[in-house]
Design a protein around this ligand. Structure first.
Ligand code: GLN
Length: 395
């Protein structure tokens, strides 16, 4: 069943019309996620929360928390996820995995249920960069069925994994290391920088000044697109329908009211408000302008450096339920990941050590279509470290 872990799609359709058994892969099953991929903790699923195998009292990250937990628990070697604002990279960071969000348009979105169409991008989560390269090689490429798919040849990701890092220019955005970052995570990030320097990389401080506007811009654009995408779930065409509707309006209201969870409803309301006549210019249009500035920041930064490095998340995996009543606290966890989606550039998270037994992830960002570069840097780092080989106790 394709349900996006929402009650509103329960029972529709009975089997997925799409097969993922491409490139000789065997699909083992489907996994839990946040409802319609909205969340950073996998707690908004209609089917219940996912636990982090590293500490069963903590969240695995989201929205691809089921994928992350299953790979981290060694149930399978790799899984797919979608990343609209960090949902591959953030759960990878919180569960000690490697995960890559490709350039927007690199992997077809055909067959995915849309959350925010201008941000959504599929990609793999696996233990190593090498396994991510194998997966991405099979997933990437032009698809005429997705109008935003980019018709550009796919690089040979495996062929460049072993390229030496001598001469690699790494940018450290000063905004990534300010207030809000757990200092213990900051130390792990700097240890990665030291290791990459030993491999021949040079480091430079850079600035991404518009980053401070990323969360407000994202939390206008993503809900706006979601409110439009989710309007099709009306109790008539798909999935859940309320019992005994008295008229059409009652059918719409109660089917949607009973079928969507609290976080999804919150975003539909925010998005509908931001798109409504009179507010469109003040919110949606302004957010789109900020989005362009964020992109410009990256383009400027990449004229000086080859990759940008920083933390994937500001905090370690938090306790289940801890941020449930504070959506803004959960939104702030996305600070380092959402800019890549707003700009459309690729991003990767890789294991970088542990704090109090909990995994820490480091994020690498690269210019458009340089997924190969990200996988190369992560693979080289994984040749000289063994964080990525650590498994949670009992799995
Ligand atoms: N946490 C972000 C959100 O809730 C990103 C989710 C995602 O990438 N699907 O929107």
């Amino acid at each position: 069943m394709l349900t996006s872990c929402s009650k509103i799609l329960s029972g529709w359709p009975l089997t997925s019309p799409w097969s993922q058994a491409a490139a000789g892969a065997v699909t083992l099953g489907k996994l839990n996620m946040d409802e319609f991929a909205m969340g950073s903790a996998n707690e908004s699923s209609h089917y219940g929360a996912v636990k982090n195998p590293w500490d069963l009292t903590r969240v695995p990250g989201g929205s691809s928390g089921g994928s992350a937990a299953a790979v981290a628990a060694r149930l399978l070697p790799a899984a797919t996820g979608t990343d609209t604002g960090g949902s591959i990279r953030q759960p990878a960071a919180l569960t000690n995995l490697t995960g890559i969000k490709p350039t927007y348009g690199r992997v077809s979105r055909w067959g995915m249920i849309a959350y925010a169409s201008s941000l959504d991008q599929g990609g793999p989560l696996a233990r190593t960069a090498e396994d991510c390269a194998l997966m991405l090689q099979a997933m990437a490429g032009f698809d005429a069925k997705d109008s935003t798919s980019v018709d550009q040849p796919v690089d040979d990701y495996l062929a460049t994994l072993n390229q030496p890092l001598s001469g690699l220019r790494i940018g450290l955005p000063k905004e990534y290391f300010g207030a809000g970052l757990d200092a213990r995570i900051g130390e792990k990030v700097m240890a990665v920088v030291d290791a990459l320097k030993k491999l021949g990389a040079s480091v430079k401080e850079i600035s991404l000044p518009t980053m401070q506007h990323a969360i407000p811009a994202y939390y206008v654009i993503a809900p706006a697109e979601a409110s439009s995408n989710l309007s099709r779930f009306d109790g008539v065409r798909f999935g859940y329908r309320c019992a005994n509707p008295v008229n059409l309006e009652d059918l719409y209201k109660r089917s949607r009211g009973e079928g969507f969870g609290a976080e999804v409803k919150r975003r539909i309301m925010v998005g509908t408000y931001a798109l409504s006549a009179g507010y469109y210019d003040a919110y949606y249009l302004k957010a789109q302008k900020i989005r362009r500035l964020i992109k410009n920041d990256f383009v400027a930064a990449f004229s000086e450096v080859d990759v940008i490095l920083g933390p994937t998340t500001p905090n370690l995996a938090w306790k289940l339920g801890e941020k449930n009543n504070d959506p803004v606290a959960a939104y702030l966890e996305d600070i380092y990941t959402i800019t890549a989606n707003l700009a459309g550039i690729p991003g990767l998270s890789m294991p970088a050590g542990f704090v109090d037994g909990l995994p820490v992830g480091v994020q690498l960002l690269a210019p458009y279509f340089q997924e190969g570069r990200l996988l190369n840097v992560a693979h080289q780092y994984q040749q000289v470290t063994d964080w990525h080989t650590q498994a949670p106790t009992g799995f």
